[in-house]
Design a protein. Structure first.
Length: 157
């Protein structure tokens, strides 16, 4: 069987491995936001591959990886180093993962993880929820309800 020969993907291991090779281990470590943005940009792809190549553990590996990356975004904010482009990429990743999780059967549980991580990011926004330090977040972390989103998504099914 062809599928049996494909090794499962693991977003958590991928993210950890990439970041481990780009972040020196010191108290004031420099986090490459360019690399972080690239890892975040792969979130929706790993969501699909983690869950399809490892149905038993895929949700766990994907969610762990995504949560770690979002936690890094929060750390960068706390250190006063977060770039608008990085927050925008994290917001975009939430949007893409939300859409992917709703488009395929069996991935509905992923939306809880996306919602939790989007909530962490939303707390970083300026009052009004559309900007970060005065700059427009490219894909705003919306407060759209699940019901409203599902109604819109039903047009694509």
């Amino acid at each position: 069987m062809f599928c049996a020969s494909i090794p499962p993907t693991d977003y958590s291991a991928f993210a950890l491995d990439v970041l481990r090779h780009t972040i020196p281990i010191t108290p004031a470590s420099f986090i490459s936001q360019s690399v972080l943005r690239q890892c975040l940009g792969l979130a929706s792809s790993f969501l699909i591959t983690d869950l399809t190549t490892s149905p038993e553990k895929g949700l766990s590996t994907w969610l762990t990886g995504f949560s770690r990356l979002v936690d890094l975004v929060v750390v960068l904010h706390a250190r006063g180093e977060l770039e608008l482009a990085t927050l925008s990429e994290a917001s975009k990743a939430c949007s893409e993962c939300w859409t992917a999780a709703g488009a395929w059967r069996g991935m509905e549980d992923c939306r809880q993880g996306v919602r939790a991580n989007a909530g962490k990011l939303k707390k970083l926004l300026d009052e009004g929820g559309k900007t970060y330090q005065g700059g427009c977040v490219r894909i705003p972390i919306s407060s759209i309800s699940v019901q409203e989103f599902n109604v819109g998504l039903s047009n694509f099914r």
